[in-house]
Design a binder for this molecule. Structure first.
Ligand code: HEM
Length: 89
């Protein structure tokens, strides 16, 4: 895995933490009849949108990175062996 892909993976992992807090929090607020709290603080939605955008960008990169690496490996080795994507260097 290249340095850039490693960094992107770390970022993806770190951005997932606030996302995992925000999503249940805003769901509970909405479902418990406190939807006006969400309305009064539009930043809640804005933050979630930014986080999901960052996750989609970093996640998309990781997905493509794995796909491209798999193709490269298949071309190099001439096999379609199933190998753990994390073990590729
Ligand atoms: C929005 C689109 C998303 C895409 C396309 C995406 C894509 C990916 C991919 C391809 C990986 C595998 C990385 C690898 O093994 O090399 C991954 C790992 C991961 N994703 Fe996402 N993801 C998305 C959203 C999310 C969300 C919403 C969360 C959690 C809130 C999340 C949390 C994680 C975590 C914790 C990992 C493991 C990271 C690691 O192994 O270090 N992802 N994601």
């Amino acid at each position: 895995m290249t340095k850039w892909a490693q960094l992107t993976r770390k970022r993806h992992r770190w951005i997932a933490i606030p996302m995992l807090i925000m999503v249940p929090l805003s769901a509970v607020l909405r479902l418990s009849g406190n939807a006006n709290v969400v309305k009064d603080f539009p930043a809640i939605d804005a933050v979630q949108s930014i986080l999901i955008l960052l996750l989609a960008l970093t996640g998309g990169y990781l997905y493509l990175f794995r796909l491209v690496n798999k193709k490269k490996r298949q071309r190099r080795t001439g096999t379609v062996a199933s190998q753990s994507p994390t073990s590729s260097q």
